[in-house]
Design a protein around this ligand. Structure first.
Ligand SMILES: Nc1ncnc2c1ncn2[C@@H]1O[C@H](COP(=O)(O)OP(=O)(O)OP(=O)(O)O)[C@@H](O)[C@H]1O
Ligand SMILES: [Mg+2]
Length: 209
């Protein structure tokens, strides 16, 4: 079982949006997925309640119980991947998730403010000695040079996953309990999220399912 944690102390960077569509893409590729929403806002859990297809298991874990829950879940053979969405404010709970992460994904918006704001998140992940990758989220497809500049800036700080553009499919998916690969299976958002999932799967390949 692997654990993927979406983390960023910057609110609105795209943690929940990416967690949702990535969970669907991973499930479509045959992974048995459990999603945990650690954010008290509960957006990902709400998205899960909208889902009609029951291909993803949603678990709510009470505060302070994550350690225990992960230990117990590791013994369940039927789980390949746990995806944990976290709150934008770091604390004990997020730290626990990060400590267990086989990979942390850090979404970053392509603006100077956001690029700089990623620093403290990465510092924490480094202190905890976990693997991580940035995901540039909300890029503008008509300005590829700007995207390339932002990717280059992020590469100074760590590995960079394939970027995700700002696309209405992500907003529609959030509103309907779907993933972008279900909303428009052959769309651009779908191909971006599939590329991200391939990158994540490859990055975690050292950890057995
Ligand atoms: N790639 C995208 N294309 C279009 N809209 C997006 C994209 N990514 C995120 N959004 C929108 O941006 C807003 C913030 O995204 P999201 O809630 O996923 O961020 P977050 O990091 O989970 O925020 P928080 O820290 O508050 O939990 C949402 O309204 C979401 O629909
Ligand atoms: Mg969120």
């Amino acid at each position: 079982m692997r654990i993927l944690v979406l983390a960023s102390q910057k609110g609105g960077s795209g943690k929940t949006t990416i967690a949702a569509s990535l969970a669907v893409a991973a499930a479509q590729s045959g992974e048995r997925i459990v999603v945990v929403d650690l954010d008290p806002q509960g957006s990902l859990a709400e998205w899960g309640q909208l889902r009609e297809v029951k291909d993803i298991v949603f678990r709510s874990v009470p505060p302070g119980k994550l350690d225990e829950w992960i230990t117990a879940t590791r013994k369940v053979e039927k789980v390949d991947l746990v995806i944990i969405d976290t709150a934008g404010t770091f604390g004990k709970e997020v730290d626990t998730a990060l400590r267990h992460a086989d990979l942390c994904l850090v979404p970053v918006r392509p603006s100077a403010f956001d690029l700089r704001a990623a620093g403290p998140t990465v510092e924490r992940i480094r202190v905890l000695d976990r693997d991580f990758g940035f995901v540039l989220n909300g890029t503008n497809p008509v300005t590829p040079a700007r995207t390339a500049d932002a990717v280059a800036a992020l590469e100074v700080g760590g590995a960079v996953a394939p970027p995700i553009a700002d696309r209405t499919d992500f907003r529609d998916a959030a509103a309907t309990g779907l993933g972008v690969t279900e909303i428009t299976p052959n769309g651009k958002a779908a191909s971006e999220i599939k590329a991200l999932w391939s990158w994540v799967a490859e990055r975690m390949k050292g950890t057995p399912k």
